[in-house]
Design a binder for this molecule. Structure first.
Ligand SMILES: Cc1ncc(COP(=O)(O)O)c(C=O)c1O
Length: 400
């Protein structure tokens, strides 16, 4: 990070989120470059980060958006995505959610159960609008990531089992307003090995074969997201080559257009939380630093035991020691973990890495804490993109 930026970061009240515009642009360009040869269209999984300014950067890279709720549709439309650039997925939706999306002009939907296929058809019929739909299959693959993130595993609640393909064929043959356009599969998140992706593509390919043998045309395949990023300095980046060649083969073999919906890969390493040490104690002889940011700003360590690299914002001399770092919330799970750090003092600032994805979108007001402000590093310096929340928002909408 440039010194002129660090000088500014020293002046802003902690905690706050910080993003780097150039890193987001580079990540998007990297993915577009990787999948250019197979002509894939990329939709950013908005659940990773819904800040309007971040969505605007992503939109300007010519990506679409993948959403899971009317709320995310609302935000993506506000950010300037057109309804045709939006894919609306979810495990289950009420008719009112689907009607909202159709009224807004959203074109692409998935279904993950036969009853959900019927909801899509009924809503489209009520509004006399044509929509394009994907059937999400669960390929039954262990993606080698945290169990909470293994959405393609056989027991996961997501998608339909491959042995339900005959039921899928039956239901889509009755569609009049919904048009079946292809299969969807998302095997999980934060996957750092290419093998599960390649296996997933094979399962999708077999399923397309089944559909074709039942005279069902398949125009698109949505292979989901899940591309992992190194959180720990010892982790190696994902090798995309086998995934790209599996996608190319799939596109050629079946004449299908490929969609992808990555979130984390585009924004995770472009985001940080800047926090300050506010208390110091010892546990079993080990220093324990309490920060002014915790599970309300970044719930990932508490939810997934996720590691987020932490380093002092300003260079510190002195030998490094095993150090425990925790947040300030009234919860035992509010811990970042154990790090090797030089001695810190109260008021010292730290940089928590990889906070661009699934942090501000998972943040909460637990313990009456206010959502922190957000800043972006742009060419000219720093730009504020969200103010700190006010106390009044803690009682918004209450009837008292
Ligand atoms: C259906 C679907 N698509 C895409 C994503 C984005 O995943 P990631 O951020 O790991 O790329 C998710 C997140 O888990 C998802 O559930």
């Amino acid at each position: 990070m440039e010194q002129r930026i660090i000088d500014k970061l020293k002046e802003i009240k902690t905690p706050y989120y910080l993003y780097d515009r150039t890193i987001i642009e580079n990540n998007a360009e990297t993915l577009l470059g990787h999948f250019e040869r197979c002509g894939a269209k990329i939709f950013f999984a908005a659940k990773a980060n819904t800040a309007l300014y971040i969505l605007d950067i992503i939109k300007s890279q010519k990506l679409g958006a993948e959403v899971v709720s009317p709320g995310e549709i609302f935000v993506c439309l506000k950010a300037g995505f057109t309804p045709k650039q939006i894919l609306y997925n979810n495990i289950a939706r009420k008719a009112s959610d689907v009607m909202y999306a159709i009224r807004k002009g959203v074109l692409f939907y998935n279904f993950e159960a036969i009853d959900q296929a019927l909801v899509l058809e009924q809503c489209a019929k009520r509004l006399r609008k044509k929509i394009k739909v994907f059937a999400r299959i669960n390929p039954g693959i262990f993606p080698n990531t945290h169990p909470h993130l293994s959405t393609g595993a056989p027991s996961s609640k997501f998608g339909m089992e491959i042995n339900q393909l005959s039921e899928i064929v039956k239901v889509i043959k009755h569609f009049k307003y919904a048009e079946f356009v292809g299969l969807h599969s998302h095997i999980g998140s934060q996957i750092l090995s290419s093998t599960p992706f390649v296996k997933g593509v094979q399962k999708v390919s077999d399923s397309i074969g089944y559909l074709k043998s039942h005279q069902i045309a398949v125009e698109y395949v949505n292979l989901g997201g899940g591309f992992g990023v190194p959180y720990h300095p010892d982790e190696k980046p994902l090798n995309f080559r086998p995934i790209i060649s599996a996608c190319e083969k799939l596109a050629k073999a079946h004449g299908v257009k490929i969609f992808l919906e990555p979130g984390r890969f585009i924004v995770s390493n472009a985001g940080y939380i800047i926090s300050e040490v506010i208390s110091i104690k010892k546990r079993k002889g080990m220093p324990l630093y309490i920060l002014d940011a915790g599970m309300t700003e970044n719930p990932r360590p508490a939810l997934y035991k996720a590691y987020h690299h932490i380093e002092p914002l300003l260079k510190k001399t002195g030998s490094k020691k095993k150090t425990r770092i925790a947040g300030p919330l009234c919860e035992n799970t509010d811990e970042f973990g154990i790090y090797h750090l030089p001695e810190l003092r109260i008021g010292d600032r730290v940089l928590i890495h990889n906070c661009g994805a699934y942090t501000r979108t998972m943040a909460s007001n637990y313990n009456g804490r206010l959502l922190p402000p957000e800043y972006v590093i742009v060419k000219k310096g720093l730009r504020m993109i969200r103010k700190k929340q006010r106390f009044s928002s803690l009682i918004d909408n209450e009837v008292y």
